[in-house]
Design a protein around this ligand. Structure first.
Ligand code: SF4
Ligand code: SF4
Length: 483
């Protein structure tokens, strides 16, 4: 067992209101500068939709992530041949039209408009060329609230049930906030010929060393989530840094801090680095369980001892015990990885959505009144859709999560109405009263210190043992990216 610590974020999709406050906070702090105009390290997409950059989930086109070939993993779009051939040109990288041409508006057109019969308009101009843009054709959330859903949402690869798009009365919608997953098996790190990308030993944050980056852009192609960006001004790669200067002083990320829906949780997970490669190799529908098995119990004395040997501090071990992320990902198994079939072992997790309406059929509410759980097939968001997003296609895994979420709701409803709660509802979902109450608290009134348990640290004071492990464990050691 090789115990490591990782800082992780969980998103509760039920609670995201699509306000984009998170994206704006991130942009204001990190990417509000020349060359980074089109970058949204944190973006929020409307689902169903094609996302940002458009069609990023389509690995047939972008060739990101890993493929499992028998007993070994290899980068999908890279290998010796393709790597040499694409030294100076990345054929699989998204183009500007896949992101969007960044624009601003000329507000002087408004302020300086002469009195007249027409409403003055501010004209859009390109933030790259400065030229006027007559028609804006893209943006970071171009699927905004399903506008044009017949065109955009219908192209969502996760949508197997086309009738959902054809019939507005059965249409559903949710938001999907996305950022770099600070993966355990990061394709970006493994693809970098300059070894500029690395995974920090102390907290698992994946960073680009700006001094070392030569701008080859392999990382942009290799990341299946398209979360490494190329800065056209500096000629270097850039990505989310998990707000590490904030995290080092015990503060949560700007996106999480500003989140209006309070959908985000940040905490520590301990995991077994020796098992990462094996966990990325299993069949698609076994991936979620393999990922969960990697996560170790922070109360287990053997795990704690193993962590200490690897230089994990007592402060981090205590934080791992109090981690809301451990509660949601491992203890209750509610939070799932986004597209685990890309095999990067992502370390951002999502609680699937149940809202806004529990079912496409009116009788669901009657079922709820009687404290019963509705059939999963009647839920408004098709279970196949969520399984395609969050469980490598495993319907049972998503079904188990939804059953728990519904059971908590039914239980709390009974409690609030001072009715007798039926213990069978909880039991059938694998919960008890104490568990339901704890989850309810986390989902609703949990304060800052419960949602964000981030141990402060000073890199200069880190155990040298952690530095030695930086970025190069398990599978990464065998790739060009291992440092
Ligand atoms: S999501 Fe994973 S592969 Fe992509 S940039 Fe982040 S760490 Fe790298
Ligand atoms: S700030 Fe929170 S609620 Fe608003 S879009 Fe971002 S994740 Fe969703």
């Amino acid at each position: 067992m090789d115990v490591r610590a990782q800082i992780v974020m969980v998103f509760n999709l039920d609670k995201c209101i699509g306000c984009h406050t998170c994206s704006i906070s991130c942009k204001n702090i990190w990417t509000d500068r020349k060359g980074a105009e089109y970058m949204w390290w944190n973006n929020v997409e409307t689902k169903p939709g094609v996302g940002y950059p458009k069609h990023w989930e389509n690995q047939e086109r972008f060739k990101g992530g890993w493929i499992a070939d028998g007993k070994k993993l290899s980068l999908k779009g890279l290998g010796k041949g393709p790597t040499l051939a694409s030294m100076f040109f990345q054929p699989n990288m998204p183009k500007m039209e896949d992101y969007y041409e960044p624009f601003d508006f000329d507000y002087a057109d408004l302020a300086g408009a002469k009195p007249g019969d027409d409403q003055p308009v501010a004209r859009a101009f390109s933030q790259i060329s400065g030229k006027t843009i007559e028609e804006i054709e893209g943006g970071p959330n171009w699927d905004d609230d399903l506008s044009g859903s017949q065109v955009y949402a219908a192209k969502d690869l996760n949508l197997q049930e086309k009738q959902v798009i054809d019939s507005y009365d059965s249409m559903f919608m949710q938001y999907l906030p996305r950022m770099c997953n600070h993966c355990l098996n990061p394709a970006c790190v493994a693809s970098c010929p300059s070894r500029a990308l690395y995974k920090r030993g102390e907290d698992g944050v994946v960073l680009v060393d700006q001094e070392v980056c030569k701008g080859w852009r392999f990382c942009t192609s290799a990341c299946p989530y398209k979360k490494v960006y190329f800065n056209w001004q500096s000629g270097k790669a850039e990505k989310c840094i998990f707000c590490y200067p904030r995290a080092e002083s015990g503060q949560c990320n700007a996106c999480a801090h500003s989140c209006v829906g309070r959908i985000r949780y940040v905490g520590v997970l301990l995991y077994d680095a020796e098992g990462v490669e094996a966990a990325a190799l299993v069949k698609d529908d076994e991936l979620v369980e393999a990922h969960r098995a990697l996560i170790l119990n922070p109360n287990d004395p053997a795990v704690r001892e193993g962590a200490r040997k690897n230089g994990v501090s007592e402060r981090w071990l205590d934080a791992a015990v109090k981690s809301p992320v451990y509660t949601l990902v491992k203890e209750f198994g509610l939070a799932l990885p986004l597209h685990p079939e890309f095999r990067t072992v992502p370390m951002a997790y999502y609680i699937p959505s149940l809202s806004p309406v529990l079912s496409t059929f009116g009788d669901t509410h009657k079922l709820l009144e009687h404290g019963m759980i509705p059939a999963l097939e009647t839920l408004r968001v098709p279970i196949g859709y969520l399984a395609s997003l969050l469980s490598g296609g495993n319907h049972r895994v998503v079904g188990d999560v939804l059953k728990k979420l519904i059971a908590v709701r039914v239980h709390m409803r009974a409690q609030n109405l001072k009715q007798e709660a039926d213990p069978v509802v909880l039991r059938e979902a694998g919960l008890d009263q104490d568990g339901a109450n704890r989850l309810y608290r986390l989902f609703t009134i949990a304060g800052y210190n419960e949602r964000f348990v981030i141990p402060p640290q000073q890199r200069e004071e880190q155990d040298p043992q952690l530095r030695k492990q930086e970025g190069g464990f398990g599978l990464l050691k065998k790739t060009r990216g291992g440092r």
